[in-house]
Design a protein around this ligand. Sequence first.
Ligand SMILES: [Zn+2]
Length: 106
Amino acid sequence: MSRRADAIRRAVHPLARYLRRTCPSDRPVHVRVCRCRLVYGDCERAATAYRIRVNDDQDVDSAVGTLLHEWAHALSYGLDGDEEHGAFFEAAERLVFEAYHDRDRG
Ligand SMILES: [Zn+2]
């Protein structure tokens, strides 16, 4: 496993734990850092949970941004109809980024 992938895991998993407390979704959100055929990551809804994948082949800041973006998909899943990044998604993304910046401020 690469050092960069390790660094991504050390950033992404604690942030996911934080988001579970501060931006909970309607079902559990599982997060996996993996080498996947995606540029950044994705979010899918399974029967009982959301599954977020974050590609480990990107820099750490980009991986953190990916988690925040995909978390907003978990919060707004299905609300925007056919639009991938509609108004509900944008509102969810603002919430998630605000929570992230609050955490940064301690
Ligand atoms: Zn998206």
